[in-house]
Write a protein that binds this ligand. Structure first.
Ligand code: UDP
Length: 337
């Protein structure tokens, strides 16, 4: 039996592929490499292409004995989604629709779906729980929520079982720095802070210091990418045991402010990291912190790297050995933990 990982050359996808390989899974990758990296491709077979390419999906499902799909492939920039919503409806929502059609046609009825905390929008209470209202405030979160609903109806009609994992702020890298985060443009806090520590950027902008939080900067729930990978493996186990569909938050339940992240990075790197306070970024809630009790109790999920400094340390190993991301070095691989 093999697992198809869509978006397997992206940040979270590539770490999950390696994690699944360590669990002796046969892993088939599909990625159109628009945001993923060829150098991040691992696994047993790789298909370069798009979810909307029906002939390609027919080929993949015919050539391999696939019993489950782990579905990462998506655009994921909140700001871009607000500027170009149809790009997100086209790639994320319609792409998933095409994938589901082919899964149903080839009798593949298990899917682990990469969802997001962005489905909640501005939270009514903290920590956020899965049953809390979902009111996305941007097209990215809206398309992810629409896919969760599409999965629900495909279960009713076709028996497709799904686990949707709502990630909070993914962070960190493979501990030795062999694999990590490489976005173009980079918009995420921790990589930007570490690129500043490296001197690749002049300063880190703090988007607002007048929020109603302990130091005025936004609080987020950072979660190590390997702990996310672990959750996907556990979700697959759940589906294979026939325990049914579910929706789970993945976070640490503890939030850190932007200033706390920068201070932790100063400690880990021993570098100064200049800052500049700028106006708020539109659409940023003051605090986003998850309750992941459900994932712990139902999936048996136990984060291995819950400490912020450890996440930053692993990310630092990646950034300083790859200051230009995957473009820095090629053909290097060796996994150690
Ligand atoms: N942030 C910041 N400066 C940056 C990038 C991000 O102050 O250059 C803040 C952002 O406002 C948010 C937090 O850092 O409060 C995490 O942002 P990121 O884009 O990493 O993740 P998000 O929470 O938007 O998914």
């Amino acid at each position: 039996m093999a697992v198809l990982v869509t978006g397997g050359a992206g940040y979270i996808g590539s770490h999950t592929v390696v994690f699944l390989k360590e669990q002796a899974e046969e892993v088939i990758l599909l990625d159109h490499l628009q945001t993923g990296h060829r150098q991040a491709v691992r696994g047993d077979a790789f298909y370069e292409g798009d979810l909307r390419d029906g002939d390609l999906l027919d080929r993949i499902f015919t050539e391999h004995d696939i019993d489950a799909v782990v579905h990462f492939a998506a655009h994921s920039l909140v700001g871009e989604s607000a500027a170009d919503p149809l790009k997100y409806y086209e790639n994320n929502l319609y792409g998933t629709l095409c994938l589901l059609r082919k899964m149903i046609r080839h009798d593949v009825n298990r899917i682990v779906f990469s969802s997001t905390a962005a489905v909640y929008g501005e939270p009514e209470r903290l920590p956020i729980r899965e049953m809390d209202p979902t009111r996305p405030t941007n097209p990215y979160g809206e398309t992810k929520r629409a896919i969760e609903k599409m999965l629900h109806w495909c279960e009713q009609a076709h028996g497709v079982q799904s686990v949707s994992l709502r990630y909070f702020n993914a962070a960190g890298a493979w501990p030795g720095g062999e694999m990590g985060e490489d976005h173009d443009p980079e918009t995420h806090l921790i990589p930007l802070v570490l690129q500043t520590a490296l001197g690749e950027r002049k300063e880190i902008a703090i988007f607002g210091d007048d929020y109603p939080t302990r130091d005025g900067t936004c609080i987020r729930d950072y979660i190590h990418v390997i702990d996310l990978a672990q959750a996907h493996a556990l979700a697959l186990d759940r589906l294979r045991r026939g325990e049914g569909s579910g929706v789970y938050n993945l976070g640490n339940g503890e939030g850190f402010s932007v200033r706390e992240v920068i201070n932790a990075a100063r400690k880990v790197t021993g570098r100064e990291i200049p800052i500049r306070v700028t106006p708020r970024r539109p659409g940023d809630p003051a605090v986003l912190v998850a309750s992941s009790d459900k994932a712990r109790s139902e999936l048996g999920w136990q984060p291995k790297y819950p400490r912020l400094e450890e996440m930053i340390d692993h990310a630092w190993n990646w950034h300083r050995s790859h200051p230009k991301g995957y473009g820095s070095r090629r053909g290097e691989w060796g996994i150690s933990r």
